[in-house]
Design a protein around this ligand. Structure first.
Ligand code: UGA
Length: 440
């Protein structure tokens, strides 16, 4: 099959590369000439494990190419995926659909023969209908269907998530469009991936409901963590104890500094607005949004408290800045609340992140950027772990203590064991467990 993918962000680039790996002929389109020139040279605009190899292999095999010419990519395509950004609109939190609608206008002009236009970007309920209207108005003669096919991949595990998804959701009532979509996803049929066929608006809502539910699950365990700290209980044991109940499930019960990234913050807010506008408010989700925003801010105070209540003139070593490991994405990362608050409280911040520093440098001022984890620690009064990168999980604790002025660690991802840390001579604060002090 011939596939065009409009937009080479996370979703577009990974989907394009994976569809070409399935054996389809894929052309990825972006307006950003620099990005396309880079991709043609095998330079990835994002860091995602395995992506470079997948793109290069399929480009060499002649199944994957890149262009800025949308019309050229669309004219012979059986399916055109819209995978452009849908940022939060400034001011009201609604998803900004201007890029989606602009893509629809352009696609309309370029369609030849029967084409399935697929929205893969996360778009509010009703967007598919609007895209259909736009194309129909521009090209009353065109033969096409508009399908919703939301993407559930996670950054950092994007290729595995695309290739072995829990399910594929396809929203359309057109049998012709279903046939094209079945053909596109045939390799997943072979590994018995459940395919949910439904109406377009239901499919659009499924995507928001999934992300919102996961954000709620995280927020639930984060609140339980706060309670654990007061009651001297252990949140990791609570998560395991409830997660083993098959009705609850173990995933997304890791307490932390609050969810971030390009999806949960934006999508929870967008669904809150949609529901309010529909006169059917989602009060649980409204609360989740509020709790998470406050939590990110509260984390700076947690670090300050661990430093004895004040950080003025103190040096804080910060490990990890991205919203989660295995990505260079800094969008809505808790570090964007925590680091400025520490600096505002008078701390000197020395920070290191394995992949996120280029991005972070545009978003955080007044930070001393370091070359390695240990490089942050010289004469530090405290060490704060904000992201659970693997390389922070097995630090040489003797070396860490030797480098630091005071052995104070704040672990916002619970990657160390409190007893081990006390044994190693640290004052150790984590999430959802009592603070421990250095064993004598
Ligand atoms: C999320 C969803 O997991 C994907 O299914 C979805 O496709 C994607 O959004 C999207 O809409 O495009 P992603 O934002 O890449 O994926 O990252 P997650 O792994 O879900 O993590 C989101 C945030 O929640 C991170 O800040 C992470 O640290 C936090 N988190 C996650 C926790 O604090 N605890 C957990 O147990 C899990």
């Amino acid at each position: 099959m011939h596939v065009a993918v409009v937009g080479t962000g996370y979703v577009g680039l990974v989907s394009g590369a994976c569809f070409s790996e399935f054996g389809h002929n894929v052309i990825c389109v972006d307006k950003d000439e620099k990005k396309i020139a880079g991709l043609k040279q095998g330079e990835m605009p994002i860091y995602e494990p395995g992506l470079q190899r997948l793109v290069e292999g399929n480009a060499e095999a002649g199944r994957l190419s890149f262009t800025t010419d949308l019309a050229e990519a669309v004219k012979d395509a059986d399916a055109v995926f819209i995978a452009v950004g849908t940022p939060s609109r400034r001011g009201d939190g609604h998803a900004d659909l201007s890029y989606v609608y602009a893509a629809a206008e352009e696609i309309a002009q370029a369609i030849t023969g029967y084409t399935v236009v697929v929205t893969k970007s996360t778009v509010p309920v009703g967007t598919g209908a609007e895209v259909e209207k736009i194309i129909r108005a521009a090209r009353p003669d065109a033969k096409f269907d508009v399908v919703s096919n939301p993407e559930f991949l996670r950054e950092g595990a994007a290729i595995e998530d695309f290739m072995r998804p829990d399910r594929v959701v396809i929203g359309t009532e057109s049998e012709d469009a279903r046939e094209v979509m079945r053909e596109l996803y045939r390799p997943l049929y072979l590994i018995e991936t459940p395919i949910v066929f439904t109406r377009r608006q239901t499919s659009e809502l499924i995507k928001y409901a999934a992300n919102t539910f996961l954000a709620t699950k995280i927020t639930f365990i984060n609140e339980i963590a706060d309670l654990c700290e007061i009651l001297d209980a252990d949140v990791q044991d609570v998560a395991r104890g409830i997660g083993l109940d098959g009705r609850i499930g173990r995933k997304f019960l890791h307490a932390g500094p609050g969810y971030g990234g390009s999806c949960f913050p934006k999508d929870t807010l967008a669904l809150v607005r949609t529901a309010q506008d529909a006169g059917s408010p989602l009060r649980i989700v409204e609360t989740v949004v509020d709790i998470n925003a406050k939590r990110k801010k509260a984390m700076a105070q947690k670090i300050i408290d661990a430093c004895g209540g004040a950080v003025s003139g103190k040096t804080i070593a910060v490990l990890g800045l991205t919203f989660k490991p295995n990505t260079d994405d800094m969008r809505d990362s808790p570090s964007l609340d925590i680091v400025p608050a520490l600096i505002a409280a008078g701390a000197k911040v020395r920070a290191y992140d394995p992949k996120g520093m280029d991005e972070a440098k545009h978003m955080l001022n007044g930070v001393d950027w370091c070359k390695s984890a240990y490089d942050t620690m010289g004469d530090a009064d405290a060490l704060a772990i904000l992201t659970e990168w693997n390389e922070f999980r097995a630090l040489d604790l003797d070396k860490v203590r030797g480098l630091m002025k005071a052995p104070v660690m704040i672990d916002l991802r619970n990657i160390y064991n409190p007893d081990d840390m006390a044994e190693a001579g640290f004052d150790y604060t984590c999430i959802g467990k009592s603070k421990v002090s250095a064993a004598n």
